[in-house]
Design a protein around this ligand. Structure first.
Ligand code: ZN
Length: 69
């Protein structure tokens, strides 16, 4: 067995250990209700398309016809 084979074997073992840890962590996270995906607001402004506000708070006027509000 060459030194490269040994290094590769160590690398695979390290990866396997980390995967086990990650699975254990994922299991605990799922028990806490964490689904693993970042909680991003999918909704964006339907008026201008910006993601930092919705259509109600849009600085741009959707309708210029009615000024009464
Ligand atoms: Zn907007």
């Amino acid at each position: 067995m060459s030194i490269l084979d040994q290094a590769e074997e160590l690398r695979q073992k390290a990866i396997a250990l980390l995967v086990q840890e990650r699975q254990a962590i994922d299991q605990k996270l799922s028990q806490l209700g964490y689904d693993g995906a970042p909680r991003e607001l999918k909704r964006s402004c339907s008026n201008c398309g910006a993601a930092d506000h919705n259509a109600r708070r849009c600085p741009k006027d959707k309708t210029t016809e009615s000024a009464a509000g």
